[in-house]
Write a protein that binds this ligand. Structure first.
Ligand code: AMP
Length: 434
């Protein structure tokens, strides 16, 4: 390919095999969203730059695709679906509360491309707007788990905590100014991404003392079954109100999950804080145990202050999962190889005289909902069979003059390499049965 027509960095095409898998993944996800009563919508892919900045501040310009349109408006491509959903729900007062909205689409981030990290990628996203209860947090966690189960990704773990709990803990260590708390949380968020030495270096870089850093490491190490972790957290003896509220919100959400029969895979992990400043309650991440280096498959949490920025004060909580990372996890577990888009039948003509009959059969099969291909290249019978074989088409119907005269067709099973003669109607019935 000519160098100048290369794809831009971080972008990729999706071939038919991967697309087959993606369609299967989307179907599973939509089916689970429907089971949970989420309504599917699609926020606009382009937002005003101000709308995008409202969530993350002007520094977000470095991390997104933004531009001026021909009329000089500053616009940006969406970097997540939460912004659009929050903006939508803030402007649509006709949607009854709590509003359970979901979307599955692509987004763009000017991220550094690496394993499981692209500049254009797909997410499913589900948000509950208008409920302050931990039940709503548990609902999106349960939904995320059911989505992974439906995708047959059963080797995952759910790490839950509360941003409030972490903030309360930092306050108890005299880290109280908002900027210092947020900067410290951003370092804590790197727990799974960088070494302990690097983390310590970053904490010291924020001006924290040795005792404080040790205290934070002790807090981050609380990663256990909910009962044990709650006991360890209480033993820290932190009395501030935020910390206590954090404990009780985590406890309530975990109780709901337990009652739903979803307690087993859940770990209370105090190091989960989510990097972005707008989270303020329960937070969670889900990891594939077989590939922890992949990063979170799903992440989410409560963001009670975000909708107010868009003009409507609504508590909210939600989850988002990455489709590309899901595909990488499925490939590792061996599930991915089984999906492809290929026709079920190739109708081959043995000789020119059979062509009209081939077209008639093709039309009838398609009318019955069967996926069918036939020769569009004027190939010999041998060439047609080779084509069907190399495309993994499981059945070939061979139609020749002699067969037409006798009212039959030859059906070849390409996998078993066997061929049998069938009456025309019998064959159509057989192939349309699935
Ligand atoms: P976030 O919106 O950053 O909370 O991400 C939610 C999910 O989207 C993550 O758990 C990942 O699965 C996925 N994700 C985030 N960033 C990327 C990226 N650059 N490339 C691919 N997937 C991503």
């Amino acid at each position: 390919m000519k160098e100048r027509y290369k794809l831009p960095r971080g972008m990729k095409d999706i071939g038919p095999k991967e697309m087959g898998l993606r369609l299967w993944i989307s179907d599973r996800i939509l089916e689970v969203l429907n089971r949970y009563g989420f309504r599917l919508v699609e926020p606009s892919p382009i937002e005003g730059l101000e709308t995008l900045e409202a969530k993350c501040g002007p520094s977000v310009r470095k991390e997104i695709y933004w531009f001026e349109d021909k009329a000089g408006r500053k616009l940006g491509l969406r970097f997540d679906l939460t912004v659009g959903l929050a903006r939508m729900v803030a402007s649509r007062r006709d949607i009854p509360l709590p509003a359970k909205l979901a979307a599955l689409s692509n987004m763009w981030r000017y991220d550094e491309p690496q394993h499981g990290r692209y500049r254009c990628f797909y997410q499913w996203d589900a948000e509950v707007f208008g409920s302050p209860l931990p039940d709503a947090d548990a609902e999106v966690i349960a939904l995320s788990m059911d989505i992974l189960d439906a995708l047959k990704l059963e080797n995952y773990e759910v790490r839950v905590s509360s941003r409030r709990l972490a903030e309360g803990f930092l306050n108890s260590l005299q880290i109280e100014k908002l900027e210092s708390v947020e900067a410290t949380l951003r370092v804590i968020d790197k727990f799974r991404k960088v070494s302990r030495e690097k983390l310590a270096e970053e904490f010291y870089g924020l001006g924290l003392t040795e005792d404080t850093v040790e205290g934070i490491f002790g807090f981050m190490a609380i990663q256990d079954s909910p009962e044990k972790a709650l006991k360890r957290l209480r033993e820290l003896g932190v009395e501030n109100e935020k910390f206590q509220r954090g404990i009780s919100e985590v406890e309530s959400a975990l109780d709901v999950l337990k009652a739903m029969g979803k307690g087993e895979r859940v770990i209370l992990d105090a190091s989960i804080v989510r990097g972005l400043g707008y989270y303020d309650g329960i937070v969670f991440e889900i990891y594939d145990r077989a590939d922890l280096g992949l990063g979170a498959l799903v992440g989410g949490g409560r963001f009670d202050r975000l909708c107010k920025l868009y003009g409507r004060d609504l508590p909210a909580t939600g989850a988002a999962g990455g489709i590309e990372r899901t595909i990488l996890a499925l490939e590792k577990s061996g599930v991915a190889g089984r999906f492809d888009q290929k026709p079920k039948v190739f109708v081959a003509s043995a000789g020119e005289q059979a062509k009209i009959k081939v077209l008639e059969i093709v039309a009838r099969l398609r009318g019955l909902g069967v996926s069918v291909e036939y020769d569009l290249k004027g190939r010999s019978l041998k060439g047609q069979l080779e084509y069907a074989d190399s495309n993994g088409i499981p059945y070939v119907l061979i139609v020749g003059r002699k067969e037409i005269e006798r009212g039959v067709v030859r059906l070849k099973d390409m996998e078993k390499r066997v061929e049998k003669e069938l009456g025309f109607d019998e064959c159509l019935k057989l192939l349309s049965r699935g």
